[in-house]
Design a protein around this ligand. Structure first.
Ligand code: FES
Length: 134
């Protein structure tokens, strides 16, 4: 079997798929190797990631690692979330076939881009933690 049970579980039942409308930060990245795309939305409150969702045009390995990565960063501070690597995510799923390791980078890079987006909003004096008035 090429994929572990954990990978298959997260691929068949991915957690945290979707969008966050009033996201504190949004990150979109492409995978240079296959051209697949990943978008991650984060909601931040008092420096803690309270919610995170993803959308991807990536393959099954990208879906599984993104699902796992979103579970791992939820409830973490920004600094803690930045420490989580694609390798830790892949390891926690029991590993990935070597040709699929690049797929797990999508989640890490998109998460970093979303955090960067959040930090840039802060730097511009915006309040990215604010709820939208709807
Ligand atoms: Fe593109 Fe896996 S083949 S993300």
């Amino acid at each position: 079997m090429m994929y572990t049970e954990q990978v298959m579980d997260h691929f068949m039942n991915p957690r945290n798929v979707g969008e966050i409308e009033d996201a504190s930060g949004v990150g979109t990245v492409g995978n240079a190797k296959c051209g697949d795309i990943m978008k991650i939305f984060i909601k931040v409150k008092d420096n803690v990631i309270t919610d995170v969702k993803f959308k991807t045009f990536g393959c099954g390995a990208a879906i599984a690692t993104s699902s796992k990565a979103t579970e791992m960063v939820k409830g973490k501070t920004i600094e803690e979330a930045l420490q989580i690597t694609n390798k830790q995510v892949a390891d926690s799923l029991g590993g990935l076939p070597p040709v699929k390791i690049h797929c797990s980078l999508l989640a890490e890079e998109a998460l970093h881009a979303a955090i960067q987006d959040y930090k840039e909003k802060l730097a511009r004096g915006e309040n990215p933690e604010q709820e939208d008035d709807k």
